[in-house]
Design a protein around this ligand. Structure first.
Ligand SMILES: [Zn+2]
Length: 734
């Protein structure tokens, strides 16, 4: 699914530029208004077998439609369907700030739909006299869902904080929680509308047309740009009259664009398969003057550009025709994916129980952070779905299945209102835990719908260790003891994971999976224990090995390393690499990445100046930031350590130790020096037994010398600098 979505997106994108380049230049930055034409075309390219089925379904529909239309000329139009049909609507607002689209703005859109579909829109007075007799008034009406799929009361508005944007087509991220979107409510009971930002600003929305038997039901419904939704708030002129949704729902109920079933091509040969719309050459933009004629309809009254299924500005469109209204009603009673809407009870509020508390979600602790310490304060977001004001409830908190800690909570929560309740702090150990919270005894009575009383969350608590800390992820336990994992999507499994056999050393490493999780901008993190660092340390470093691949130049994930000196309250960023800087595999890779040995690269981060002498413990966070599912990032052999130098080394600038030695000793310099050119070790008889030359290279700060194969006795160490020579004795013992 991943590869299909990615290549599909790229193809659609290229295709747009290839076929529309001339067109785009002509209309410059005009919104294309509607991506439906492209979406259908792309879908058929990808699933050619579905095209044949679609065409068969459509031609069967057309026969039935034309038969009824012929009959309709003799029998009352009202007999097409019996009575008003109320379509339950759920509006998913998927945005960084979904509160931007208020309940009132959503209601303004529903009001527009009800006016437009009833032919009760005030601006229908603008319909030219020559077209008045074609004015269509359908029996379709819309309500915001009054009951959820599980028959709880709802306002039919579902907000989701997410930076996911709509990529028109099958598998649109805004329609899938696995990609940061909001999952469709039961499409047999609701018309789903996703309000969001479009990936291409020129699109205002799209909907699949009915008859696509291969389309996932989760894709059914329409997508509507947040700035072209409703009539107030974020709605922006000239698309602030709610007509994008009117238009897209037309597609949802099987209307084609008024100029024909193509993407704005110039042709009189094609049709919208409706008998009372004038033939039209191509799409119309802006606010044309009446009458407008074209190649297909060269005489007045000309084309019906004020039809909801053209591309004119919101204020310039004001009608469906009777033929279109009949076509939509018939689609609703013909296509299997639409018919169940006829009998949905989604517009009917459920009868409330007296005592019904709903647990929405655990508010604390959460999986988006790693905790530090020994206890957490549990918080639960609840609604009073009962008919009576909620005055008390018991909050039960279980950690890892242990007996619950119970808190009696007194409150004053009216029916259908929401709040957050807190329990007494509960003790936790380090590591990853499951916290389960449930409410009992609302107002001292049994809850009459216990199925919605429980919410769960996973969270991690980091521990404390002495430094240095080495972690190679070889143990089966993950996160490793005293480490924590977290992510800020609502998908727990996006947390980093241990993986075999990819490894720099040993058989295991850890991975951030941006391949299966396309959660743009969402982070996942691995957090170290608090590592004790002596205040006397002279240097503090983090080293680790990484391996990463890039999916394409357009997909860029980020790895950031941060440290905290206050138990995770605040973090300081000390390393950040993304895209081409991050990758260690040379070539792009569209398959899931598994590194080979030579693709492991070491990083060293020197945080001495930020830490030494200031902090006595630090936590280190390795943070992955998802770039729309690029590929997998692996980490291994993490080492967090400090070094405290002997005072004599700092004082003299060099140190030869240990002395006496049983074999190994080390020549150290501090600070680093470029003046050291040679080291020679002589026996007491003057024989050269070891030498190092640094005439053409920088001498290391740390030079190990091995005398273990030499006899016991006194040896002479000579350090030759550009400006001096130092000679010291060292004693070898057994
Ligand atoms: Zn359209």
């Amino acid at each position: 699914m991943k590869a299909v979505y990615k290549s599909g997106f790229l193809i659609a994108y290229l295709y747009f530029f290839l076929i529309c380049n001339g067109f785009a230049q002509q209309v410059q930055q005009r919104p294309a208004r509607c991506a439906t034409g492209n979406v259908m075309e792309e879908y058929f390219k990808k699933y050619p077998r579905d095209k044949a089925v679609f065409e068969k379904n459509q031609s069967e529909f057309q026969l039935k439609y034309e038969a009824v239309r012929r009959a309709g000329k003799e029998i009352p139009v009202q007999q097409r369907v019996s009575g008003i049909i109320n379509i339950p609507v759920v509006v998913h607002i998927v945005m960084d700030n979904p509160a931007l689209v208020t309940d009132a703005q959503v209601q303004s859109q529903i009001d527009v739909l009800n006016a437009d579909y009833a032919g009760a829109n005030a601006d229908s007075v603008n319909i030219p006299a020559a077209f008045k007799s074609f004015f269509g008034k359908s029996n379709l009406r819309f309500c915001l869902a009054q009951r959820s799929p599980s028959n709880e009361p709802t306002n039919g508005i579902n907000r989701k904080v997410s930076s996911a944007t709509s990529i028109p087509g099958a598998g649109d991220p805004v329609k899938y929680s696995t990609m940061g979107g909001s999952d469709a409510w039961d499409v047999n009971r609701y018309l789903n509308i996703w309000v969001c930002k479009m990936s291409r600003d020129v699109d205002l929305g799209y909907s699949f047309m009915p008859g696509l038997t291969g389309l996932a039901s989760a894709d059914l419904g329409l997508v509507n740009a947040y700035h072209a939704f409703g009539t107030i708030g974020s709605a922006t002129a000239p698309f602030n009259k709610g007509r994008t949704a009117t238009h897209e729902i037309g597609h949802f109920f099987n209307l084609w664009h008024i100029w024909g079933a193509n993407e704005c091509e110039e042709s009189c040969a094609d049709s919208d398969f409706v008998d009372d719309t004038p033939n039209q050459y191509k799409c119309t933009f802006d606010t044309p003057l009446f009458p407008t004629t074209d190649n297909c309809t060269p005489t007045a009254p000309g084309i019906m550009f004020m039809n909801f299924m053209d591309y004119v500005d919101d204020a310039a469109m004001c009608m469906f025709t009777a033929g279109q209204a009949a076509r939509m009603e018939m689609a609703l009673s013909t296509f299997p994916e639409l018919m169940p809407l006829l009998t949905s009870n989604g517009c009917v509020p459920p009868v409330l129980f007296n005592y019904d508390v709903k647990a929405w979600a655990v508010q604390s602790p959460v999986n988006s952070t790693v905790y530090c310490g020994t206890s957490v304060t549990p918080q639960l977001r609840i609604s009073n779905l009962g008919a009576l004001t909620l005055t008390s409830v018991q909050l039960n908190v279980e950690i890892d299945g242990a007996p619950p800690v119970v808190t009696q909570v007194n409150l004053n929560l009216p029916s259908l209102q929401e709040t957050v309740i807190s329990g007494n702090p509960v003790n936790t150990g380090t590591g990853q835990h499951v916290i389960r919270m449930y409410t009992t005894l609302p107002n001292g009575n049994a809850d009459m719908r216990p199925v919605n009383d429980t919410a769960e969350m996973v969270f991690s608590v980091a521990g404390n260790v002495e430094g240095p800390l080495k972690e190679g992820f070889e143990s089966n336990v993950f996160p490793p003891q005293n480490w924590g994992v977290a992510n800020n999507s609502d998908i727990i499994s996006y947390n980093p994971a241990r993986v075999t056999p990819a490894a720099h050393t040993g058989t295991a490493s850890m991975k951030f999976d941006n391949y299966h999780y396309q959660l743009f901008g969402k982070y996942a993190m691995l957090v170290s224990p608090q590592v004790a660092i002596p205040l006397s340390a002279d240097s503090v470093k983090i080293t680790f090995w990484r391996a990463a691949a890039q999916y394409s130049s357009a997909h860029s994930d980020t790895l950031e390393v941060l440290f905290s000196a206050d138990c995770g309250q605040t973090y300081t960023s000390v390393y950040k690499k993304a895209g081409a800087d991050l990758k260690t595999r040379r070539d792009f890779l569209t398959a899931e990445y598994v590194p080979v040995a030579e693709e492991w690269v070491a990083d060293t981060i020197d945080i001495s100046t930020l830490v030494k002498g200031r902090y006595d413990k630090i936590m280190v966070q390795f943070r992955n930031i998802n770039g729309y599912g690029s590929n997998v990032i692996y980490l291994d052999d993490i080492h967090i350590y400090s070094r405290t130098l002997p005072p004599v080394l700092k004082e003299r600038g060099y140190l030869i130790a240990p002395n006496p030695t049983t074999g190994m000793f080390v020549i150290q310099h501090y600070p680093s020096t470029s003046a050291l050119k040679g080291v020679a070790v002589y026996s007491s008889t003057g024989q050269l037994v070891w030498k190092g030359s640094y005439a053409s290279s920088l001498a290391p700060d740390y030079i190990p010398v091995n005398l273990s194969y030499m006899a016991s006795g006194v040896y002479i160490v000579r350090l030759v600098y550009t400006d001096k020579t130092i000679t010291e004795k060292i004693v070898k013992i057994n």
